[in-house]
Write a protein that binds this ligand. Structure first.
Ligand SMILES: [Zn+2]
Length: 171
């Protein structure tokens, strides 16, 4: 009989414990709503499938499969128009037309990005050559490569695919 009461008390204690634990649960999850404002999805957070839908096949191949357009074929390789070159994917300002120069390579070439946040660089180690890849600082789209044979004052040559760019004329 004593065992019966001990078992009953033990069960009651477990029940109280479970109730108090389940009662606490809403308190644990309550900080979650403070994280919900971040649901404002930046353009940069699209999946590759979404980019594929938004871009032309050539733009997708270059931006998200690290492709390279044929020299002297892109829309901007020979352009001297004024304005700002934006990322074709997320409209991040990448390069100013004033820093574009004739490199003779057949790709749009710039000696400096619009700002420090415009682009990021990654070591791109190939089988025979290692180059420095340039990607959009906001969405990570592949833009081209940077070389150290550019003009002063930076001595850099940002060799960029036209397909990664969209020229925004000055306002
Ligand atoms: Zn971008």
């Amino acid at each position: 009989m004593q065992n019966y009461w001990i078992a009953l008390i033990a069960l009651a204690l477990i029940a109280v414990l479970l109730i108090s634990l389940s009662g606490r649960r809403p308190a644990v999850t309550s900080p979650a709503p403070s994280q919900t404002p971040s649901t404002q999805e930046p353009a940069a957070q699209k999946s590759k499938a979404e980019w594929k839908e938004k871009l032309s096949p050539e733009q997708y191949r270059i931006c998200w499969q690290k492709g390279t357009e044929q020299a002297f074929t892109g829309e901007y390789w020979d352009s001297t128009q004024a304005g700002t070159y934006l990322c074709v994917c997320c409209s991040n300002p990448l390069f100013e037309a004033e820093t574009k120069y004739k490199s003779g390579t057949g790709w749009p070439s710039f000696w400096k990005p619009s700002s420090e946040q415009s682009v990021q660089t990654n070591a791109d180690r190939g089988l025979f050559v290692s180059r420095t890849e340039v990607v959009c600082g906001k969405c990570g789209a592949h833009l081209g490569h940077v070389f150290s044979d550019g003009p002063q004052p930076t001595g850099l040559r940002y060799c960029i695919n036209s397909a990664s760019l969209r020229l925004k004329p000055p306002e």
